[in-house]
Design a protein around this ligand. Structure first.
Ligand SMILES: NC(=O)c1ccc[n+]([C@@H]2O[C@H](COP(=O)([O-])OP(=O)(O)OC[C@H]3O[C@@H](n4cnc5c(N)ncnc54)[C@H](OP(=O)(O)O)[C@@H]3O)[C@@H](O)[C@H]2O)c1
Length: 383
């Protein structure tokens, strides 16, 4: 095992008890932000929320461009989008988000379209007491009719209107990382970059991000206004961004935020070969979750299980640690509605794989025939 400069020296050789002691010490050292939540609905303190044993991020950080964040963020979409589970209430989700803060997560991901709108409201409510201690990321880029998504809209005036409403829902005066969610084919990305640049000048946003863009679009936008992060799907299973996107980020000094780090639950051992999805589950339209695909794709889950078990890691932890080991400018944002899953996911930050482990694992998974994933060249066009 190898450690990055941003990680703590722990590894496979460490005993479980010393690991627990280490986590406890880090919790005590890192309880300052938790104190800001005292008096709110989350229970303050290091060993608190929902009686979970505490895993914490400690003082570990990563850089997305010039922006400093915890090495793992929290993806909040499934709390209210209805994509993977029925929407959860603010009453149930605010403690999960605050529980993440207590454990040292400082990076939170939402979007106008999640809900739509309701996810930003939950995230805004949860983070209001600690607003200055966290990095809040949200996304614009859609238009809405009768409260429902109705196509894309990235005209500068639409961006400005969207951001005003986003700020209200998020209960803040600035969005730390403001992403274009999907490229609008009717608006050149340079215009979007210019509009976001204006909002940054006015203090309504701090950094500019893009989601699911090609390397060409990234370069065009970056030339107009510096891009801080690209957010696209990336996991052990969905690897199309390895075709030029990651290399372009590295060349330009742009951070990369993989969504789908546990392949929407598949790499977290949430499903098995008998799992079947039907409408209205979002999974029913995901090509890697058809009955044929899920059966075939069990091979990679089995490989991840094996590699994880040898290292005392759960499959989800292995999948997240793999992403963290790919490049130091990668910050996964696993999504969850459960504090105990978040704790499990955070556990990934204590492990980094060596170059030889990464090469050996890649050799093994590249021999597997996966079904339902994007073609390599899909990364070269905007989604
Ligand atoms: N830019 C974009 O276009 C885009 C698209 C999609 C998502 N996103 C962002 O990225 C975030 C993450 O992506 P994602 O949610 O699509 O995929 P993901 O993080 O790969 O998977 C989330 C799913 O995995 C489950 N999960 C997570 N940790 C687990 C664990 N330890 N054990 C068992 N199950 C676990 C969660 O279920 P439980 O709730 O049961 O834990 C949830 O249903 C989203 O929340 C959103 O903020 C961005």
């Amino acid at each position: 095992m190898a450690n990055d400069s941003d990680t703590i020296k722990t590894g496979n050789s460490e005993t479980q008890s010393s690991r627990r002691q280490f986590i406890r010490n880090m919790a005590i050292a890192g309880s300052g932000i938790a104190a800001s939540l005292a008096g709110t609905s989350a229970v303050a303190g290091s060993d608190s929320a929902q009686g979970c044993s505490t895993a914490v991020v400690g003082n570990n950080t990563r850089k997305l461009g010039a922006l400093t964040v915890s090495p793992i963020g929290l993806g909040c979409m499934s709390m209210s989008s209805g994509s993977y589970n029925p929407p959860r209430s603010a009453k149930d989700m605010v403690p999960v988000i605050r529980g993440a803060v207590e454990r040292g997560v400082t990076f939170f991901d939402t979007a106008e379209v999640y809900g739509p709108f309701t996810n930003e409201a939950i995230v805004g409510e949860a983070l209001q007491p600690v607003r200055n201690d966290v990095v809040l990321a949200s996304k614009f880029g859609f238009k809405f009719e009768n409260g429902q998504r109705a196509g894309r809209d990235s005209r500068p005036e639409a961006i400005r209107t969207a951001v005003e409403s986003m700020l209200k829902r998020l209960r803040t005066d600035r969005i730390d990382l403001l992403y274009l969610h999907r490229v609008d084919p009717n608006v050149p990305v340079e215009e979007v970059a210019g509009a976001v640049g204006e909002l940054i000048k006015e203090g309504k946003a701090r950094y500019f991000g893009l989601s699911e863009v090609s390397p060409t679009t990234l370069r065009k936008a970056h030339a107009e206004y510096p891009v801080t992060a690209v957010q696209s799907e990336y996991s052990i299973m969905e690897r199309s961004v390895e075709n030029q996107v990651l290399a372009t980020c590295e060349e330009l000094g742009v951070g990369f935020v993989p969504w789908g780090s546990v392949c929407r639950g598949f790499l977290a051992d949430k499903f098995n070969e008998y799992s079947r999805f039907s409408e209205p589950s979002r999974f029913a339209s995901v090509p890697y979750f058809t009955p044929e695909a899920i059966e075939k794709n069990m091979a990679i889950l089995n490989l991840v299980r094996e590699w994880g078990a040898e290292r005392g890691m759960s499959p989800a932890q292995f999948a997240i640690a793999w992403l963290l080991s790919v490049k130091p400018f990668i910050v996964p944002i696993p999504g969850t509605t459960k504090l105990h899953h978040l704790e499990e996911d955070i556990g990934a930050i204590y492990t980094r794989f060596s170059d030889s482990e990464m090469a050996m694992f890649r050799k093994q998974f590249e021999q597997l025939d996966l079904v339902g994933f994007r073609a390599k060249d899909a990364a070269l066009t905007d989604k």
